[in-house]
Design a protein around this ligand. Structure first.
Ligand code: NAP
Ligand code: GDP
Length: 318
């Protein structure tokens, strides 16, 4: 049986936004690996015994660790205890099991929203622990920061190969489109869809002025696979486009697709004004390994995402 000879890869959070994108793209270059895309139905990763049992059954050679309790600004504000506890437990259990099962490499996912609030820009990988995160998401951020500390500790003490990647804001098919809890792009797509359908106003929360760097989920998926298989690097890497877009610009792209008019609800929070991330470490490493990475244009990425959302409206997460 060929499968028994193949290296195996566990993708935790394999049913989420990023996990689904990896599922869509891995066969292009990595079809000689046996991938397992896990969801919370396969195993509750907050439970150590369950996690260990599943890892012992699959015996992964590689792990892509994406699973997390994730949300946009408003979920982070309202559910601090769950964001802290779930993420701390999930990360602790997954890394511990990677170590026990002696995986060759584990790539885990941080986020640029966990960087210090008061900082100079652009932020780079070396600045992650240089001060408290924004108070809106401090519980989530500290849980995530410890994932880097924990990975480093395993590398230093046991010579494991655990690396963290740091993506900026991600969007794409299979996202969570919940009106309250989602990130900005899926939230705005859903709101604009409803506004158009019900002939009502399309409200963008906040002033529209904050700036973000948005990466299409399939681009990130390719770059995570590249990090896992193509480079030898143990220190964290920011995976991001260079350009920043304002929330207003993004809302305009969405409004144009639906032929809708924008209004701003300035009673809602803006969150952090910006968190400009420096992608030069990634650009240099990628140039040495493959050349220049061509990111999906945000107009194209949003268009694809809206098409997927409309097609899957009845069944998508919302
Ligand atoms: P997502 O769409 O919300 O998916 C989360 C995944 O984690 C799902 O597969 C979910 O399984 C799984 N999961 C959650 N709790 C679990 C548990 N207790 N046990 C087992 N599995 C559990 O997340 P995403 O947006 O793809 O995010 C992937 C990674 O990127 C996360 O580490 C996140 O912090 C990071 N990130 C995301 C963004 C962004 O803009 N989305 C930005 C920066 C970084 P079910 O399907 O069964 O619920
Ligand atoms: P963040 O990058 O971690 O702050 O996450 P978000 O994806 O939640 O983006 C938040 C920014 O988008 C803030 O400036 C919000 O005021 C703005 N925003 C506008 N409309 C929405 C919406 O419908 N949902 C969310 N989550 N944010 C919105």
């Amino acid at each position: 049986n060929l499968c028994l000879l193949m290296d195996t890869v566990i993708v935790t959070g394999g049913t989420g936004l990023v996990g689904s994108a990896i599922k869509n793209v891995y066969q292009k270059n990595y079809k000689n690996y046996k991938f397992y895309f896990l969801s919370s139905k396969d195993c509750d990763l907050t439970n150590f015994e369950e996690t260990k049992k599943l890892f012992q059954k699959i015996k992964p050679n590689y792990v892509i660790h994406l699973a997390a309790n994730v949300g946009g600004l408003f979920k982070n504000l309202q559910q601090k205890v769950q964001m802290y506890e779930d993420n701390t437990l999930i990360n602790l259990n997954v890394l511990k099991c990677c170590h026990i099962l002696k995986v060759k490499k584990c790539v885990s996912c941080l986020s640029t929203c966990i960087f210090p609030d008061k900082t100079s820009y652009p932020i780079n990988e070396s600045m992650l622990h240089n001060g408290p995160p924004h108070s809106s998401n401090d519980a989530y951020a500290y849980a995530k920061r410890m994932l880097e500390i924990h990975s480093k500790a395993y590398n230093e003490q046991y010579n494991d190969n655990f690396v963290c990647i740091i993506p900026t804001n991600i969007y794409g098919p299979y996202d969570n489109y919940n009106l309250q809890d989602s990130h900005v792009i899926p939230g705005l797509i859903h709101k604009c869809y409803l506004a158009k359908k019900e002939n009502k106003s399309f409200y963008v929360w906040g002033s529209g002025k904050p700036l973000r760097q948005f990466i299409f989920s399939e681009d990130l998926a390719e770059l995570i696979l590249w990090t896992l298989f193509e480079i030898d690097e143990k220190e964290s890497i920011i995976l991001s486009v260079k350009e920043e877009k304002s929330i207003k610009e993004v809302a305009e792209i969405i409004a144009k697709e639906f032929d809708c008019k924008i209004e701003f609800d300035t009673d809602k929070s803006d969150g952090q004004y910006k968190k400009t991330a420096d992608n030069s470490k990634f650009v240099d490493l990628y140039a040495k390994s493959k050349g220049e990475y061509k990111f999906t244009d945000i107009n194209v990425g949003i268009k694809k995402t809206i098409e997927w959302f409309k097609k899957n409206y009845d069944t998508c997460r919302k």
